[in-house]
Design a protein around this ligand. Sequence first.
Ligand SMILES: C[S@@+](CC[C@H](N)C(=O)[O-])C[C@H]1O[C@@H](n2cnc3c(N)ncnc32)[C@H](O)[C@@H]1O
Length: 212
Amino acid sequence: MTAPELEEPPAGVRELFGLAWAPIEHFAQMLAEEGELRGLIGPRELPRLWSRHIVNSAAVEPFVGSAASVADVGTGAGFPGVVLAVMRPDLDIHLVEPMERRVRWLTDVLEELDLDNVTVQHARAEELHGRATFDVVTARAVAAMDKLARWTSPLIRPSGRLVALKGQRATEELEAAKYVLRKARMDDVAVHEVRPVEAAEATTVVVATKRR
Ligand SMILES: C[S@@+](CC[C@H](N)C(=O)[O-])C[C@H]1O[C@@H](n2cnc3c(N)ncnc32)[C@H](O)[C@@H]1O
């Protein structure tokens, strides 16, 4: 059996990344060479690495806006935190990841891509409560909305926001998280369907802004 091949970037992806094209391509190559070996992605992910993971992660960028500091909670192999870091070298980005193996990988990626705007925090989100706050917290495939709101709200500054990449259950999850979001003063919620490039799948971005 031959090893699955890395997907060709879909049309429009080069334009989406612009000046960040070289580092994002390098990141995709690192994942193609080491991702499975280091237990970061399954073999089935390479043929959809661009359209399902990288382009999908890029969907958070417009919702980060003019924020200065961002924490990506549960970055795993690098989604969306590394993708955002490559696109926005102006941001101070913290990748929060509890699994040591993934922390080692993320540290290697930062060094290899020369990303000096990023710090890796070897921690669970809850361990940072009372120790740090950020303008924006991002998350993808980490926990359902109620749990995510509990883990992240103490990390978000007043007027800051949670930007969560969600699947088709976004509306149900939001319904179940109503009480938690209200208690956390994060009940100003907007749901956006985003397709960063025509050739890739649309994704749901939930933005919950924290009241002052
Ligand atoms: C399913 S993976 C998703 C990884 C990446 N965000 C992605 O979209 O591919 C979930 C990640 O969340 C991390 N995680 C789990 N609980 C966490 C917590 N309480 N705080 C921060 N990260 C957590 C896990 O270690 C894992 O890397």
